[in-house]
Design a protein around this ligand. Sequence first.
Ligand code: HEC
Length: 129
Amino acid sequence: MRPLLLVILGLVVGAMGATFALSALRQGTPFHRGVMAVMQHHMGVLRSNVRARQCDAKATANRFSRMRQAAGDLREAFPDMDASFYEAAGRLDQALDGAAATAPATCEALARAVAPVGEACQACHRQYR
Ligand code: HEC
């Protein structure tokens, strides 16, 4: 009887340890914040490029594609949200695809392309942040 109890106790303690380790890992690397921070970074650079009048088409295209990749991780980064959250995430994808498709080559075009992206960020933040 005793060895069996010890085995069970060992399993329980092991499982608790694994749970603690996992939740510590999650707190240490908050993926959802990372995704937001990446998008925020590129958004900030694009806006300051417009202000500095430095709107290289290729650099802009690169930023849009990196933001689009981060946006593609929204579902994994926020796994337990309701349907309208994922619709808002989809609208960000569309805004980014649309912005990339216009391939802005001037600062005026870049400012126009960034605006709907910023609106898609805000629309979700108003409801969920
Ligand atoms: C589908 C919803 C949604 C979209 C779209 C979205 N966000 Fe967020 N964002 C959130 C939520 C929810 C939070 C709050 C996360 C938390 O604090 O746990 C957040 C938080 C943030 C934060 C703060 C992160 C932190 O460390 O607390 C930044 C910065 C941010 N978002 C930037 C952006 C940018 C830039 C975009 C657009 C390119 C964007 N977000 C689009 C839902 C969204």
